[in-house]
Write a protein of this length. Structure first.
Length: 357
């Protein structure tokens, strides 16, 4: 066996060990807590290592079948990388047009438009490569901005992967409580968005009731300044009309945001069952991951089940959710970006000082 073959097998072995480590770490962290963006990052890293492993294995074994299996995804990746970005930009602009047409021209409905513009500008910058026009002394600042951009791209894709994983949650039919998260009323009536959350909770309630003791439904939401009753009371009225027994409903009407939904619901649950309880919460699909993070922050042991949302609404809602998570984790992001910028400014200062000598 030639020395280069030994080297190929050694590299393949090292990559396989790293791949196994990543997958084991992912399983451990995901089992421990499902609402970590880190889970998505590690799974993405594992998939990258798996692709690299198959490439190295095909080279080490000179196996044509493995080579074909490796080449097809690689070609698909190249095609997606080349044309997928253009398709993404067009899709974002189209989605923004549809959303604003259906939901109005509010700022909160312009997020897909903003992301489309950012993606288009990023593509133009990538093609032009302005770094070649920047003086060598300050090119490190440009590189720092590029690294920060890549950092947020990786963080965003990790969030998306972690969110998709969280959607596979299938809670067991042994829950003591189902928390329904409020989302506002119109003319003191449940909105279609809120109704979808309630219907999701009712569906789970009926499934469990058919096999064991029914769970208690906790309706969580306070009263707005322009409302004559609380969200919780409106939701309770809604389910009573659906035939749900009053004794299986509980009102939590103090909360004004998702974190308080979780915190105040937790207090009610522990007053009834202590710390030995099982619970889930119901919200819309796009909202369940961040809600799960807030449940963890509040110390509530609960998983999310998501009601389906109109597809045209989903991309804008996901961007809004990610921005909200960025704000939640702002200390970490500020620390990372400040460190990168600080080092680049320091390096630029050193280069400028030495350029005078």
């Amino acid at each position: 066996m030639h020395s280069n073959t030994y080297a190929e097998w050694l590299i393949t072995l090292l990559i396989s060990c790293f791949m196994i480590f990543l997958f084991t770490l992912f399983l451990y962290l995901h089992r421990q807590e499902r609402t970590r963006i880190l889970n998505g990052f590690i799974l993405n890293a594992f998939l990258g290592a798996l692709a690299l492993f198959t490439i190295c294995l095909s080279g080490a074994t000179n196996n044509h079948y493995i080579f074909i299996l490796t080449t097809i995804p690689f070609i698909a990746f190249l095609i997606i990388s080349t044309f997928g970005l253009f398709a993404l930009i067009i899709g974002l602009f189209l989605n923004a047009h549809i959303l604003m047409k259906k939901e109005g021209r509010r700022f909160s409905n312009c997020l897909t438009l903003a992301l489309g513009i950012i993606t288009l500008v990023s593509l133009i910058v990538l093609i032009i490569n302005p770094g070649r026009f920047i003086p060598e002394e300050i090119v490190s600042i440009y590189m720092a901005m590029t690294i920060i951009f890549v950092y947020f791209v990786l963080d965003g894709t990790s969030f998306l992967t972690a969110y998709l994983l969280y959607r596979f949650n299938r809670p067991k039919l042994n829950q003591n409580f189902i928390i329904v998260l409020g989302s506002g009323l119109i003319n003191d009536q449940v909105t279609p968005l809120l109704a979808s959350r309630i219907e999701k909770a009712i569906g789970f309630y009926k499934k469990q009731s058919s096999v064991m003791t029914p769970p208690k439904l906790i309706f969580s939401g306070g009263q707005g300044h322009d409302e004559n009753l609380s969200e919780a009371k409106a939701m309770q009225n809604f389910v009573l009309e659906k035939g749900i027994p009053l004794e299986d409903t509980i009102i939590e009407d103090r909360s004004i945001n998702t974190y308080q939904n979780m915190l105040f619901s937790k207090k009610i649950i522990e007053e009834i069952k202590g710390e030995n309880y099982t619970s889930i919460f119901s919200s819309n699909e796009y909202h369940i991951f961040r809600s799960g993070m807030l449940a963890r922050k509040a110390g509530l042991k609960s998983q999310g089940v998501g009601a389906k949302t109109a597809f045209y609404f989903w991309p804008n809602a996901m961007i809004r959710e990610y921005i909200a998570i960025l704000v939640m984790q702002r200390k970490r992001h500020i620390m990372v970006t400040s460190t990168i910028l600080g080092l680049s400014i320091l390096l630029t200062s050193v280069k400028l000082i030495f350029s005078f000598f």
